[in-house]
Write a protein that binds this ligand. Sequence first.
Ligand SMILES: Cc1cc2nc3c(=O)[nH]c(=O)nc-3n(C[C@H](O)[C@H](O)[C@H](O)COP(=O)(O)OP(=O)(O)OC[C@H]3O[C@@H](n4cnc5c(N)ncnc54)[C@H](O)[C@@H]3O)c2cc1C
Ligand SMILES: NC(=O)c1ccc[n+]([C@@H]2O[C@H](COP(=O)([O-])OP(=O)(O)OC[C@H]3O[C@@H](n4cnc5c(N)ncnc54)[C@H](O)[C@@H]3O)[C@@H](O)[C@H]2O)c1
Length: 456
Amino acid sequence: MTHYDLVIVGSGSGNSLVGPDFDDWQIAVVEEGTFGGTCLNVGCIPTKMFVYPADLAEAARTSGRLGVDASLERVRWADIRDRIFGRIDPISAGGREYRAHGEPNTTLYEAHAQFTGPRELRLSTGQSITADRIVLATGSRPVIPDAITDSGVPFHTSDTVMRIDEVPARVAILGGGYISAEFAHVFGAFGAQVSVIARSAPLLRHLDLDLAERFTSLAEERWDVRLNAIVTGASKTADGIALELSDGSSLEVDLLLVATGRRPNSDRLNLAAAGVAVHPDGRIVVDAQQRTTADAIWALGDASSEHQLKHVANHEARVVAHNLAHPDAPIESDHRVVPAAVFTHPQLASVGLTEAQAAASGRRFVTALRGYGSTAYGWAMEDNSSVCKLIADPATGQLLGAHLMGEQAATLVQPLIQAMSFGLGVREMARGQYWIHPALTEVVENTLLALELDQS
Ligand SMILES: Cc1cc2nc3c(=O)[nH]c(=O)nc-3n(C[C@H](O)[C@H](O)[C@H](O)COP(=O)(O)OP(=O)(O)OC[C@H]3O[C@@H](n4cnc5c(N)ncnc54)[C@H](O)[C@@H]3O)c2cc1C
Ligand SMILES: NC(=O)c1ccc[n+]([C@@H]2O[C@H](COP(=O)([O-])OP(=O)(O)OC[C@H]3O[C@@H](n4cnc5c(N)ncnc54)[C@H](O)[C@@H]3O)[C@@H](O)[C@H]2O)c1
């Protein structure tokens, strides 16, 4: 039984914990899958590397309305795929090599870990290791509805679909969330006939309703969207996969992508043996310092967070690293202002309260919504669907929420995140700085100015 100062389970955000503060510690990293975790290998990074060429393909297809008669000749999927993974796979391999052989005080175990007692882990290799401190950065995995697994039909998840050999002619995507919206854009822009099957309505219903409904209308123009429908039957046919839906309709496709959420991997760690508690949804219980209910065991990222987002996992990893190195001066995670973006078409970004959440909170609030089309850059784009919606407290002048749908939404939202994070008031933000004319940021300025505050 080898003993360590620190064991980290999971090489995604967990791997970034190892830094100069711990040069004198003996550290083990345990990873059962591809080194580097979800974001690098099968998540944020490769998806966005597909989304960008999908944006270009979509632009070629739609630029005729601006007088540029371009057409999409061909999408070389295999070349796009190989460029993406030709870049990513060596980063994963390099990270693995460095962790395995790069530092004398670090050991990499390529195995599944589970607890056999407090701070004692059994590895699938048969080895057992113990540690003074353990960090659980074990992430999450796709959830597959029983109707799909029980049917025995072949299906993909985001873990596998980016490695396929060609764009399928017909794709069905199960789910109406982030992954569905992003892959519907990629496959649709690359020429597939896309069907989105969502058990509720509208699509992306975690968003402010104004944006979710506008997005759903646009999605219905591009894709075959089946709302309020679940798969009741699935079977393999000579030509592909047949799906029967609860609304009585059916469809046949060449590829089925299941994107119905992700659950924490906490159920595969035998956490009870270590005294680590979990929430009913499988998230490991942590306090603001990222401590679990067991002494000297921390958790971070998708394993414990209600936000399955890489920037949140990174933030929590920094908090855990600090608290490991400075136990006498611990810090807390800050989840007050957590933004997110959906890299579909059009792009969506949001931070803070939706209008429904503001209403449910019982507080006074005001909203303003402006179209990109109200700005000169919006005229240049002939944009008549993109919007910026802001929610503010009329008494304090503070922003409560910001929601954008349209070109560069994930970038345009950043000054609003900054204002909310640092308490910059709506009026100061709107009039205390220049806004470059005629940039798209003017839509943010216009929406800020349109908020009717108690004191102008
Ligand atoms: C398709 C997709 C696109 C995404 N796009 C974005 C995006 O654009 N922006 C964004 O912010 N977020 C995005 N996310 C979410 C983001 O990828 C995750 O929130 C983030 O990667 C979680 O990091 P983590 O370190 O918690 O877990 P992970 O990176 O998943 O790392 C956990 C690691 O632990 C290992 N592991 C688990 N259990 C054990 C065990 N018992 N023993 C040994 N090893 C174990 C796993 O193999 C894995 O490598 C996306 C996710 C997906 C699936
Ligand atoms: N751009 C980004 O930041 C980004 C991109 C992709 C993924 N992610 C993260 O990964 C997480 C997982 O993505 P996701 O799209 O799988 O989850 P999601 O929670 O965004 O969406 C899941 C969808 O599946 C539906 N669903 C759930 N169970 C179902 C069932 N049994 N039958 C039919 N439909 C069902 C839900 O109603 C929802 O529409 C996201 O929540 C997000 O945090 C982030």
